[in-house]
Design a protein around this ligand. Sequence first.
Ligand code: CTP
Length: 410
Amino acid sequence: MRAVLGVGGGIAAYKAAELVRALQKRGHDVQVVMTRAAQEFVQPLTFAALTGRKVVTGLFSQTGAEDTLSSAVEHIAVAQENDLLVVAPATADLLAKFAYGLADDFLTTLYLAFTGKVVLAPAMNNAMWEHPATRANLEILRQRGCSVVEPDEGWLACGTIGAGRLPDPERIAGTVDSVMRHKKDLTGETILMTAGPTQEALDPVRYISNRSSGKMGYAIAQAAAERGARVVLISGPVSLAAPLGVELVSVRTAQEMRQAVLEHLEESTIIIKTAAVADYYVAHVPQQKLKKTATRLSLELDPTPDILAEIGQRKGDRLLIGFAAETENLLEEARRKMISKRCDMLVGNLVNRDGLGFESDQNEVEIITRSGQTVHAGPSEKKEVAERILDQIATLRLSLRAVDTVDTPA
Ligand code: CTP
């Protein structure tokens, strides 16, 4: 997920640095926005170093007319680019401004322009926390759908004991996760997925396979189930636990994968084919183990069925999403495969870079659609990339439904 962390001007602002780390650990891509008061407590440089991004510190740039124009509309861009706004520490002043729609700096203006989920982590002196004005403002914000992480009790910076301490960053990040899980935009869909490699036997003990770990496909399956879809996951041999809430069908070969896909095709509304299917197999596998000889061994291989291309021919109005793992010419190859296999969308990635793609927990992909749109996701945790891919699928689904509605007379 892409998250904006709004840092308010309280003594707990320094803990926001740990929160950046906790959010990043969970796969969130974090952009920091600081109020002027927050900058009195912590330098923007701290957050810039942690996030690798420029920290937004004001509504208007100080550097010139052109910059001022771009920064004046930046809050709209930041609002549109992010799924989540976390405010920590959310001071009494910020809560009041949010509740009454004041927009006199970047963070308050961003809050008004923001349509995603909002998580507030208030922190302040206990008397301010208990003041009826603060309670009433929080109530307004709760009723508008903001999630509030209640402050902890304990010693406060002002020397008193009471409620008002910024909660542990891990607890705030945990709340963020559970809030985001409630995005249910795939409810009603049945997603048929394939993941992992296939193994094609050479003899009773040996096989041909590839380096696919299944991690990308499993991350998509898990995220899709969390977003409300029924998910049937047809998986080649991997060493991953079955994702929660997903119906897992285990297969070994390309032929078995094809069979399982065809069996579940009718009930599906979206098909996502992340599997790295072997392109060749041995049609006649010897009954006994091949014995070593001193001479060269030649294998005769036949092509496996191209499951994606076959489904492309018979998908009807289902959405079909293919994957392409390439080592060169990524966009050209991805477009070629999308057209030739009749996919609605294709996700391509380069697999010959260290720390990304096969076997890794990170990925970086290009998501291309038939309309010619290309969206870049990552490099980030596969869970985060999975959410980005599902965002594009959900958007495509909505736009196709809208076209249907326009085309169909009432
Ligand atoms: N695919 C499939 N059945 C196959 C081979 C591939 O369903 N026998 C699917 C994969 O699941 C993936 C897409 O096709 O969604 C692209 O796979 P890839 O191996 O990149 O494509 P190939 O057509 O095999 O092309 P290449 O020559 O690059 O291997």
